[in-house]
Write a protein that binds this ligand. Structure first.
Ligand SMILES: [Zn+2]
Ligand SMILES: [Zn+2]
Length: 108
């Protein structure tokens, strides 16, 4: 029997296998991880800021998931640039306003 302090809630628990977290926190962390992975499936371009804001999972926990390798996230979502005006955009190759212009031209 090895007593450890839980790295998350500080509770003393029996760490036979060298766990760093108590059973409660491990279960909780798995739930949070699931939340984050589901979110990232729907929002593959999301950064850490988006994840913490939209899932409510704390940034520390997200960082810990990344460090432990259980979570993979784009470190900085590489910004694409609009081919026409050079504005940073999240996806695609043309920004919304340029796309509108192009589509407008096509209609004429
Ligand atoms: Zn704990
Ligand atoms: Zn543009």
């Amino acid at each position: 029997m090895t007593l450890e302090n839980c790295g998350n809630c500080g509770k003393v628990f029996d760490s036979d296998k060298g766990e760093k977290l108590c059973a409660d926190c491990i279960i909780n962390e798995k739930k949070e991880l699931l939340k984050v992975t589901n979110y990232l499936k729907k929002n593959p371009l999301a950064g850490i800021m988006d994840v913490t804001r939209d899932t409510g999972v704390s940034r520390n926990l997200v960082f810990r998931m990344i460090n432990s390798g259980s979570l993979q996230i784009r470190k900085t979502p590489d910004l694409h640039k609009c081919r026409f005006c050079g504005k940073g955009i999240k996806y695609g190759s043309v920004c919304a306003s340029c796309r509108e212009k192009i589509e407008g031209m096509g209609k004429k």
